[in-house]
Design a protein around this ligand. Structure first.
Ligand code: FRU
Length: 487
């Protein structure tokens, strides 16, 4: 597959989860699960890239390397401004990485730390590792943040007991000694493992006096679209315990989660390729930005790679998060952070009739703003690519958007062929689409309904908008392309 143009991917080799997201000294750092030796998951280490704008990334040498004993699984980075860890050097406060040491022989996962005195480029392993060991085979993905509130001022770690489907919360004063605060789960799901949790405050509807806490948990399998997916739960955190605002939908233990119970959970994304997303540290609470891995464990390891420049995996666009009340329910809203764009086409106030599609071009990396209204019983179809070699088809009907990527899935892993569903606020469509080589991100209803999918390569820029079973009224179709595309 061709490397994406506007999403981060490493120049070579395998990547999965984003790790250690931190904004520090004017740059965004993205570490990531990385195999320095090839295109399969293995020898897990932390790759590293940084960016001034979350769009253009510069890749750096491997930051944390596997050893004979351990692979380095997912985790986070914090700026230890007061040098609480004592790992600072010569008066420089350190960055501290907290990650999972996954034993290479035997099943054992514990948490270790490393420090950096040069802004995250080079790292020293702490000699006292592991710093937290429960004697567990599946204790991983520590996300650390600074809690400061009525209960005190200390570091909090959220991690998972993956197989038990539990989030475990710990506290520390020095990032080296950890004490159990509480546990959360299992709840809402009855199968798969829980991975890559995150916990952060967000103001509801922009009101600084009404701050809620959001817990993110990635689940695999068990995602709403099949395979890997990420749910979120809104509640409160008092420095000790996370308490959800509403009871979870009941799911019988051991039962395969029924679709309606899954639908009752809140999902970050309704597509198949948004997993292990976590947020940046080092930004203010009003600036909460998430990046996720744009793949799915159901087929990630089987995706085709380029013979000359073998590389596998990429990240989603960065998304700024907020919390809004929408139809009586609190929802996470995501605002994509994409590259600067220039206009390519603008269509407004046009009616599309059955059999008379509207055709336009969307360059490889482009943003399409769509506002459509439908006749009763009509559906709108957005066909990406040239028929019959379509890459994917989006359909909008009766307050639902579906994305069908089966149409072009030939030659891709069997589990890849799928159809995703996204419930919309109303009939018609009001959405922003980001297209890139091999992916689409749909941000509908002001970013409260999101769907991310890898899609087969588009063999042309052509997009057709069809009306089926009635007319489609185009209030707006605006196409913009990444500036560089035009050159
Ligand atoms: C999530 C995950 C994490 C783990 C990492 C290993 O995708 O399974 O739980 O730390 O990937 O690469």
């Amino acid at each position: 597959m061709t490397r994406p143009l506007i999403h981060f991917s490493s120049a070579r080799n395998w990547l999965n989860d984003p790790n250690g997201l931190i904004f520090h000294d004017g740059r965004y750092h993205l570490y990531f699960q990385y195999n320095p030796h090839g295109v399969d998951h293995g020898f897990m280490s932390w790759g590293h890239a940084s960016s001034a704008d979350l769009v253009t990334w510069q890749e750096h040498p491997v930051a944390l390397r596997y050893t004979d004993e351990h692979e380095i699984f997912s985790g986070s980075v914090v700026f230890d401004e007061r040098d609480t860890s004592g790992l600072g050097i010569g008066g420089t406060a350190p960055l501290v990485a907290v990650f999972t040491l996954a034993a290479r022989s035997g099943a054992h996962q514990s948490q270790g730390i490393a420090s950096s005195a040069d802004g995250g480029l080079s790292w020293s392993m702490h000699s006292g590792n592991p710093v937290l060991d429960r004697g567990s085979a599946d204790f991983r993905d520590p996300k650390v943040f600074r809690y400061s509130g009525p209960a005190g001022d200390y570091w909090v770690m959220v991690a998972v007991e993956a197989v038990q489907r539990k989030v475990v919360l710990y506290r520390s004063d020095d990032l080296r000694h950890w004490e159990l605060l509480s546990e959360y789960g299992p709840r809402g799901t009855a199968f798969g493992v829980w991975e890559c949790p995150d916990l952060f405050p967000l103001a509801l509807d922009g009101d600084p006096d009404d701050v809620r806490w959001v817990l993110i948990v990635s689940m695999n399998p068990g995602g709403v679209a099949g395979g890997s997916g990420t749910m979120y739960v809104v509640g409160s955190f008092d420095g000790v315990r996370f308490v959800p605002a509403a009871p979870a939908p009941e799911v019988e233990p051991g039962a395969k989660t029924p679709d309606d119970a899954l639908a009752a959970l809140d999902w970050i994304d309704h597509g198949r390729d948004c997993y292990a997303g976590v947020t940046f540290s080092g930004l203010g609470d009003e600036d909460r930005i998430l990046i996720a891995w744009m793949s799915n464990w159901e087929y990630a390891g089987e995706m085709p790679t380029d013979a000359i420049e073998p590389q596998r995996g990429s990240m989603t666009l960065a998304r700024r998060l907020s919390l809004v009340t929408e139809r009586g329910r609190i929802r996470l809203r995501q605002e994509p952070i994409g590259p600067a764009v220039v206009p390519v086409a603008a269509i407004a106030d046009v009616e599309v009739r059955p059999g008379e599609p509207l055709t336009f071009e969307a360059p490889p990396a482009s943003r399409i703003r769509l506002r459509l209204r439908l006749d009763d019983g009509a559906s709108a179809e957005l066909r990406l690519g040239d028929a019959p070699a379509l890459a994917a088809v989006l359909r909008v009907r009766d307050g639902e958007l579906t994305l069908d990527r089966r149409v072009g899935a030939e030659g891709l892993p069997e589990a890849f062929g799928s159809l995703e569903r996204l419930e919309l606020r109303a009939d018609g469509l009001d959405a922003v689409l980001w297209l890139d080589e091999g992916s689409i991100e749909v941000f509908a209803d002001d970013g409260t309904a999101v769907l991310t999918d890898r899609i087969p390569a588009r063999r042309s820029d052509r997009v057709e908008l069809h009306a089926v079973g009635g007319r489609v009224r185009i209030d707006e179709v605006t196409v913009e392309a990444e500036e560089e595309d035009r050159a």
